[in-house]
Design a protein around this ligand. Structure first.
Ligand SMILES: Nc1ncnc2c1ncn2[C@@H]1O[C@H](COP(=O)(O)OP(=O)(O)OP(=O)(O)O)[C@@H](O)[C@H]1O
Length: 512
């Protein structure tokens, strides 16, 4: 077919549509000065400057522009745009510029704006910020907690170097406090005014976010506080599971950018009752080999992260078993149905409130326990099953438990379930070693001896051992029976997608 001119000779093109399109294009381009323009493209801001404009080019080159034959162009992803504003005569754009694979630093570009162009420039800035922030809240009010011992004592330095400049450039309001002792973050969060902050960000490992959730959970208006204030991590620990799951990184500067652009996302929280104590868990609970390796290998800390592999191998080769009686409220029992459940969430775009259990909404203390506590009789439809050969009991609310450790690929932030993995301790040594390697290769879920279910509650009673290890979010708790129950969307975090973790999910085409 011969090409038709866009001047209206094509009878299939509505001339009004053409005008609207032209106007939209015109609105997205801001001409700055004689030879430069800023264009709002699909995913990025395109900065284009004529090459002969030497003075300006000099300024821009220092911001990473790539010279081409006659023009200098640069694409700045909207995700990296931190702020834009017009002062008397100057337009300033601030953005996070990658300086290496894992580091971003604040950079800015400036243009003089003629008086006659002010109105148009203000409208263009508004469009740019809409694209740059999408549904993410701008100018977040952030309470920052710094664990001075985090990152082997470097957390404070990393905060000042990598994080604070990004928050400042994004016009966030920041209030920094150093934690002074164990449990201090619980106290800070318990006293925090939930109307004064949008985010509590911990420069730490996963221990401080655990304390923050528990502090908010102690408030008289716990439900409101947990739904209003997002709990996030600025990764300064060793595992940094929270940041890997929600930001896909353990880079402090990239995580800071992710917090600036993060979307408020409800997070399931798990109530743990043990004795007469109730705590909240946001990440995991482990009994058996994972708990022992995580908590029982402190004596070989000098090995660095190799201590985990070493610890696993010693126990797997010894076919260590951790007998227990277990009762589970299973909600999705098979791998095939779990895959289907995960697939549905991929296209689920429902809003914040519909991702929370309606019965927990309110401003009172923590919701009651629908399955009772560990001290109550078992719910009528639960039955206690003896697991004499249990090797690993691992319940995960997030996918990654550490870098490259995607133990729970089907985990979702707010589906109302925790994912339970159980593996017998007497499987063959080669199967045990394969399963250790499968976690890193993202094939763990598919291994036949890996029992994977989505559940909403359980009770576990260790037996036949005088002592042992139980880990709740990586913290050691007494070696005593405990019960767990999931509250859908009780907590709030910031995530990149608003509904998924940054881990490879479960393959949806494979048979379960
Ligand atoms: N000033 C302090 N002195 C002693 N302990 C502290 C201090 N500040 C925080 N803590 C405690 O340090 C513990 C570890 O905190 P962090 O969040 O860095 O977690 P982590 O997961 O143990 O770190 P890692 O990932 O390095 O193992 C928490 O239990 C916290 O209460």
């Amino acid at each position: 077919m011969a090409s038709l001119s866009p001047s209206g000779s094509d009878p299939f093109i509505d001339p009004i549509e053409e005008v609207v399109e032209d106007e939209a294009l015109e609105d997205s381009v801001l001409v700055v000065g004689r030879d430069a323009s800023l264009t709002l493209a699909t995913d990025s801001l395109i900065v284009l400057v004529a090459d002969e404009n030497l003075t300006r080019r000099k300024t821009l080159n220092c911001c990473g522009l790539i010279p081409s034959s006659s023009k200098t162009t640069q694409a700045i992803p909207f995700f990296n745009v931190l702020w834009a504003e017009l002062s008397d005569f100057e337009l300033t754009l601030t953005y996070a510029r990658p300086t290496s694979e894992n580091v971003v630093r604040v950079a800015s570009i400036h243009y003089l704006v003629e008086k006659a162009e002010r109105r148009k420039t203000i409208a263009w800035i508004s469009k740019l910020l809409d694209r740059a922030y999408g549904e993410s809240q701008r100018r977040k009010r952030i309470k920052v907690l710094v664990n001075p011992f985090g990152g082997k004592g470097s957390a404070q330095k990393w905060y000042l170097r990598d994080i604070e400049p990004i928050f400042a450039a994004a016009r966030c309001e920041v209030d920094v406090e150093r934690t002074a002792y164990r449990g201090h973050a619980v106290e800070i969060a318990a006293k925090l005014d939930p109307d004064a902050y949008d985010v509590i960000a911990s420069c730490s490992g996963d221990g401080l976010p655990h304390e923050v959730f528990n502090g908010l959970g102690k408030k008289k208006d716990a439900r409101r506080a947990l739904s209003q204030v997002a709990v996030v991590q600025l990764p300064c620990g060793t595992g940094n599971a929270m940041s890997w799951n929600l930001n896909g990184t353990d880079s402090t500067s990239v995580a800071a950018l992710c917090i600036v652009k993060g979307i408020r996302t409800p997070l399931d929280l798990v109530s743990i009752t043990q004795g007469d104590k109730r705590t909240l868990s946001f990440l995991s609970q482990a009994v058996g080999v994972v708990a022992e390796v995580d908590l029982g290998t402190e004596n070989i800390r000098w090995m660095g992260s190799a201590r985990f592999t070493y610890g696993f191998l010693v126990r797997l080769l010894g076919k260590t078993v951790y007998p227990a009686d277990i009762a589970v409220k299973v909600d999705i029992p098979t791998k095939a149905s779990i895959r289907e459940h995960y697939r549905k969430e991929l296209s689920n775009r429902s809003d914040f409130n519909s991702r929370r259990d309606p019965s927990i909404v309110g401003d009172s203390t923590l919701p009651g326990l629908r399955y009772g506590s560990v001290q109550d009789p078992l719910p009528a439809d639960w039955s206690l099953v003896s697991h004499d050969k249990l090797g690993n009991f691992y319940s995960g609310n997030m996918a990654f438990m550490a870098p490259n450790a995607n133990f729970f690929p089907a985990a979702l932030p707010n589906d109302g379930y925790t994912d339970l993995v159980t593996v017998d301790g007497d499987i063959s040594r080669s199967a045990a070693i394969k399963s250790l390697m499968a976690v890193e290769n993202d094939t763990f879920f598919d291994m036949v001896h890996v029992n994977y279910r989505k559940i909403s509650g359980y009770r576990i009673i260790p037996k036949g051992q005088r002592s042992g290890y139980i880990s709740i979010d990586g913290e050691r708790v007494p070696f005593e029976p405990f019960q767990a129950e999931v509250h859908r969307g009780l907590g709030t975090v910031l995530s990149r997608s608003g509904h998924l973790y940054e881990a490879k999910g479960v393959a949806i085409n494979t048979e379960g």
